[in-house]
Write a protein that binds this ligand. Structure first.
Ligand SMILES: *[C@@H]1O[C@H](CO)[C@@H](O)[C@H](O)[C@H]1NC(C)=O
Ligand SMILES: *[C@@H]1O[C@H](CO)[C@@H](O)[C@H](O)[C@H]1NC(C)=O
Ligand SMILES: *[C@@H]1O[C@H](CO)[C@@H](O)[C@H](O)[C@H]1NC(C)=O
Ligand SMILES: *[C@@H]1O[C@H](CO)[C@@H](O)[C@H](O)[C@H]1NC(C)=O
Ligand SMILES: *[C@@H]1O[C@H](CO)[C@@H](O)[C@H](O)[C@H]1NC(C)=O
Length: 372
């Protein structure tokens, strides 16, 4: 882990004492609860930063108020991250759902949480993935908005990269500003984790680590895009800029890291691997401190909805091998019910030269299997 991280940690530890009073009256609303709340606003108010700011947790409000224009991008980044997470886990027992399923709360009024809020508060590998992907998603979306000139706080990254470019290519001097995007994501999302450092240092550090690791995937995978200039697109001059990778690439990389997540413990203020004591935890690794619950069964406290009601795949692999989305795997041995229904499909398609395809609509029988 970088020394910068440790300087941050010590700094935070000192700040924690100072801000104890402020933090102790914080409202404790979950970030996904907030997003679900914003979803329920009407079209007009959904982009209204003042209304969104009021819905955030207390210690995110100063940042929200000083950078109101960026907040719709933050919200969009969080939504895209959840969508990507759902795509990545669509065939797993845990499918990243429930960001908008609110749980009854026995605490004082104003504390709201959803299934995903409970999940992200834990120290499991799934919490680690979620922390990483939302951190990446916010960095991504804020960067995109900045490079489109939508905000007065941020613009292009004017660094002239010394990466050599071939032929008549030039650096445009206006690259997508991931440095700003990543820093903003950190300021916005790390606050609740920092708050937890004192109560539960291991969990706080693991969350901060995973959040950092997610943003770093975006930074490390910036690519180069080029545009043509010249008389009617003759491409005499090409200007290039550093550009964001797609969110899908980020989701894929993080999914691989999730599969290889490291079980860690805190020793001498450092996260070390519990299974291989000599091993230092790297920035590019996701970490966890808590074994995952059984996501086959419903356990809202751990963010699990169970797999009952999941659509599953009854088609067997040719080689009869286990597949992730199969009913065998997803239904956890409880079996499934099959429903047959008729669906519309394109059929008798004809290619008409040139360039059209015409089809008829046919009704075909389809089978849907749902886990018990
Ligand atoms: C809200 O913002 C999004 C993204 O910037 C935009 O596409 C949409 O039209 C906006 N909606 C309203 C009502 O302004
Ligand atoms: C949660 O979001 C999903 C997808 O956006 C939507 O289909 C569903 O109706 C929402 N559920 C609630 C309880 O709002
Ligand atoms: C995810 O799992 C839940 C709970 O089993 C289910 O209701 C939901 O439809 C699933 N979502 C997707 C996209 O498969
Ligand atoms: C179901 O599994 C089969 C065999 O693994 C695969 O070919 C097919 O694409 C799957 N269908 C869906 C809807 O995922
Ligand atoms: C393609 O065929 C459709 C249906 O016959 C027609 O409406 C459409 O105009 C055709 N498009 C072209 C490019 O010919």
């Amino acid at each position: 882990m970088s020394s910068k991280f440790w300087i941050d940690f010590i700094f935070i530890a000192i700040m924690m004492k100072t801000f104890e009073v402020i933090y102790s009256v914080e409202s404790g609303k979950g970030i996904f609860y907030t997003i679900a709340n914003i979803d329920s606003l009407d079209e007009m108010n959904r982009n209204n930063s003042n209304i969104i700011c009021q819905k955030l947790i207390r210690h995110q409000q100063p940042l929200c108020k000083s950078h109101t224009e960026l907040i719709p991008s933050v919200v969009r980044g969080l939504r895209l991250a959840v969508q990507e997470c759902q795509h990545q886990f669509s065939n797993n027992h845990w499918n990243c759902s429930g960001y908008n399923i609110t749980l009854p709360s026995n605490k004082k009024k104003g504390r709201g949480k959803t299934i995903l809020d409970n999940l992200i508060m834990k120290g499991t590998a799934e919490s680690g993935y979620l922390n990483a992907i939302i951190s990446a998603g916010v960095a991504y979306q804020v960067t995109l908005a900045c490079s489109r000139g939508q905000h007065r706080y941020c613009g292009c990254d004017k660094t002239v990269y010394d990466m050599p470019l071939e032929g008549n290519y030039k650096w445009s001097g206006c690259s997508e500003n991931i440095h700003f995007g990543a820093a903003f994501s950190k300021r916005f999302l790390d606050t609740p984790h920092k708050k937890r450092l004192r109560k539960n240092p291991t969990l706080g550090l693991v969350s901060l680590h995973n959040s950092h690791s997610g943003r770093k995937v975006v930074v490390d995978n910036m690519g180069v895009k080029c545009k043509c200039h010249g008389v009617s697109g003759s491409c005499e001059v090409k200007t290039c800029y550093r550009a964001l990778p797609s969110l899908r690439i980020i989701g894929d990389i993080l999914k691989k890291r999730f599969t290889a997540s490291i079980f860690v413990e805190l020793k001498d203020l450092k996260l070390i691997s519990k299974e291989n004591v000599k091993k230092n935890v790297l920035e590019d690794e996701l970490t966890y401190v808590e074994r995952s619950p059984n996501f086959c069964v419903r356990n809202p406290r751990y963010g699990s909805l169970g797999t009952s009601g999941r659509l599953c795949n009854i088609t067997k692999n040719e080689d009869g091998k286990y597949s992730e989305g199969s009913c065998d795997n997803l239904c956890c041995g409880r079996g499934y019910r099959k429903t047959e229904y008729m669906k519309e499909e394109n059929c008798h398609c004809q290619f008409i030269w040139c360039c059209n395809v015409t089809c008829e609509t046919c009704m075909v029988k389809a089978v849907e299997a749902i886990c018990n």
